[in-house]
Design a protein around this ligand. Structure first.
Ligand code: A3P
Length: 323
């Protein structure tokens, strides 16, 4: 996320807004602003405003929402393959074999609206599938109010934190004039909720509460559950989207084919995902690091984990059911 701040919207308006926002240096040296209660890199402010202003959801849209580094890439591959399985008669016709999942399902504010204030989305065929990291309460009205479906994926925040840190270091998404802060210092920011679209507890609770009230609107998934039983969740996603797998499909092994195609090992080893860059900055390969549950134990001490657990518990207190 190192695009120049592209102030297509009236410059003064953006500058005026900026004057009112809390700003901080992130641990990588980038500038962060707190907008609408969540933190984002400064260069994502304008695209976020444009998304809010111009994106018009259709009832048939599928929105994949997540806190960054929680399994979005996997969810993109799975949802795209499920929703389009009738178009690509056999698995070897699936575009994921030659296209990075981030391109197959573009992100609204980090991708489509990054350099254009109001991009033309007419060439997307139905059902359109987009992703976003914007918290639920700040989504464009049309996403919240239309019949479109939202699939949210969350992950143990400790694994998410390590995944994000490694992603930033791998892609050198940092100001060259500052050395990346020590792990302890970036962890301290994490504990304060300062991360892309953080605090993580607000982000997760926002989608969790809508899921509890309206499970037809939001499907709430956990990365760890997908790792545990992908076939079960493949079917769950298909049912949620109104296109359940038929008995015939199951007998033909369609669910196995999709889960295999979208598996970490398979995607990581495809040529298209091994080389090249996404939006010119991020290595395609950096979206496939380890794909494991519990990698945080290789980086964080039990005391650090305990500290975060206490914070998370206090922030989650009063939520209807454990998220
Ligand atoms: P790690 O850094 O822990 O390996 P996102 O897609 O939201 O950016 O999240 C990236 C994380 O999901 C990374 O975690 C990445 O390795 C993991 N990941 C990517 N594709 C995956 C897949 N097909 N199955 C399981 N995990 C996957």
């Amino acid at each position: 996320f190192s695009a120049e701040v592209d102030n297509n919207s009236p410059k003064d308006e953006l500058q005026e807004l900026l004057q009112t926002l809390e700003q901080r240096s992130y641990w990588n040296g980038g500038k962060f602003v707190k907008y609408d209660g969540f933190w984002i890199p400064l260069e994502i402010l304008r695209p976020t405003l444009s998304t809010q202003k111009y994106f018009k959801a259709k009832d048939s849209d599928i929105i994949l929402a997540s806190f960054p580094k929680s399994g979005t890439t996997w969810l993109k591959a799975l949802t795209f393959s499920i929703a389009n399985r009738n178009i690509y008669a056999t698995i070897d016709q699936n575009p994921l074999l030659i296209t990075h999942p981030q391109e197959v399902v573009p992100c609204l504010e980090f991708n489509l609206y990054l350099n254009k204030e109001n991009p033309d989305l007419q060439h997307f065929s139905n059902p359109r599938i987009f992703s976003t990291h914007i918290p639920f309460k700040s989504l464009p009205d049309s996403i919240r109010e239309s019949e479109c479906k939202i699939i949210y994926v969350c992950r143990n925040p400790l694994d998410q934190f390590i995944s994000e840190r490694q992603f930033v270091l791998e892609n050198k998404i940092q100001n060259d004039t500052v050395l990346p802060l020590k792990l302890e210092e970036s962890f301290d920011m994490f504990c304060q909720g300062i991360q892309v679209t953080g605090p993580v507890w607000d982000h997760t609770l926002g989608y969790w509460n809508v899921y509890l009230k309206n499970p037809e609107k939001v499907l709430f998934l956990k990365y760890e559950d997908l790792k545990h039983d992908i076939t079960f969740y493949l079917k769950k996603i298909a049912e949620f989207l109104g296109c359940p797998f038929s008995l015939e499909e199951e007998n033909q092994g369609v669910t196995e084919q999709i889960s295999k195609l979208c598996s970490f090992e398979n995607l990581k080893n495809l040529d298209v995902n091994k080389t090249g860059y996404f939006t010119g900055v991020m290595k395609n390969s950096s979206f496939f690091r380890k794909g494991e549950v519990g990698d945080w134990t290789n980086y964080l001490t039990p005391a650090m984990a305990e500290r975060f657990k206490n914070i998370m518990e206090s922030k989650m207190e009063g939520s209807e059911k454990d998220a």
